[in-house]
Design a binder for this molecule. Structure first.
Ligand code: UFG
Length: 335
């Protein structure tokens, strides 16, 4: 049985990926420092899968602790989620973002090099494309200057991995996520935003639940059919499954080059207003919302061309937008 280290494995995408790994009969070890997650998620993972992964509360910024972990655990592959992810906060605290997101990545890669470990999956983001010149966005679209320190950590992260693959023979895949939403069908794991949600769907569900008074829609003067911005919203379980496909590709040595990167989205764009309407129709909730000015740093439209990911990874999305929205609502109701 292959043993996979999942950093940030108690977080939103991490926990769903751990469930899929366990379902696919991988042995899983989680490292998480609980800075944006709860220990209870470990029990929920066990309730869903009937298996309890090993867990280590380790801050990956502490090199000695990372080194000690690897000296005691043999690992066949790493899926690296652990990172700060709030775009706005990264503008206020750039050094925290560089220290955490880049520092931890470097320490993990150093251990892999020194111990001759292989198979690395990196959480990247469609933010690397900025406002792409052509839609849908293919993997060949140029990388645009990052809009935020957070986005920059994803670009720099990919560069660091690419250089390491070249120099040290590591095999790695970066998955460029579009907008992950939803929760597990069991409603036992889902997104747990700290404080006021920054992302659309948790804000929508919290407004419907009466925790927030009103949703602000950021701008209706974009060059889109209804004037609101367009994104590619992917069910988190579909996204989790893309990690298993990428990992299998590396383990079975089916990768074409040392370092590969794939878009992980649905291929379909939805505007903010379309999301609001779809949420209302699917959940039978009325949403209190108003249109306000644009949010700084937002692009007009981003949705994936998934052809390459579908073909190379042998993976495609299975769930609908409505299923994703309904699962997010069921999760919210349970909170
Ligand atoms: N939006 C609102 N109101 C809100 C929250 C969001 O109208 O309260 C809008 C945004 O303006 C945007 C859309 O909903 O048009 C989606 O916003 P999110 O914050 O949910 O997602 P983003 O596309 O801004 O962010 C995602 C990832 C980031 C990544 C970024 C790159 O969450 O990790 O894409 O653009 F950096």
């Amino acid at each position: 049985m292959k043993k996979i280290l999942v950093t940030g494995g108690l977080g939103f995408i991490g926990s769903h990926t751990v469930v899929e790994l366990l379902n696919a009969n991988f042995d899983v070890v989680i490292i998480d420092d609980l800075s944006n997650s709860k220990i209870e998620v470990l029990d929920s993972i066990q309730e869903i899968t009937g298996k309890k992964p090993d867990f280590f509360n380790i801050d990956l910024r502490v090199k000695e602790k990372v080194n000690h972990f690897f000296s005691e655990n043999h690992i066949d592959g790493i899926i690296h989620f652990a990172a700060f992810k709030a775009v706005g906060e990264s503008v206020q605290k750039p050094l925290d973002y560089y220290e955490n997101n880049i520092g931890s990545l470097v320490y993990l890669l150093q251990e892999m090099r020194d111990r001759k470990l292989d198979n690395f999956i990196f959480s990247s983001s469609c933010t690397v494309y900025g406002q792409a010149d052509e839609l849908p966005i293919t993997e060949n679209a140029p990388i645009k200057p990052a809009e935020s320190p957070y986005g920059n950590t994803k670009q720099i992260g990919e560069e660091i991995i690419k250089d390491t693959c070249k120099a040290n023979g590591l095999n790695a895949i970066a998955l460029r996520y579009f907008n992950p939403i939803g929760a597990h069908d069991t409603a036992k794991i889902g997104e747990l935003p700290l404080g006021v949600p920054q992302n659309l769907i948790p804000y929508v569900t919290q407004t419907a639940a009466g925790i927030r008074e009103q949703l602000s829609i950021f701008g209706d003067d974009y060059d889109t059919p209804d004037g609101t911005a367009i994104r590619d919203y992917i069910h988190v379980v579909d996204l989790a499954k893309a990690h298993i496909a990428a990992l299998q590709r590396l383990i079975e040595k089916k990768n074409d080059t040392n370092f590969e990167f794939f878009n992980v989205g649905t291929g379909k764009g939805s505007s903010v207003l379309e999301i609001v309407k779809a949420f209302e129709n699917t959940t039978q909730q009325n949403l209190n919302y108003k249109i306000v000015g644009r949010r700084e740093g937002d692009v007009t439209a981003a949705y994936a061309d998934t052809t390459i990911a579908n073909e190379q990874l042998g993976w495609k999305t299975e769930k609908t937008l409505e299923e994703a929205l309904l699962s997010a609502w069921k999760w919210q109701e349970k909170q």
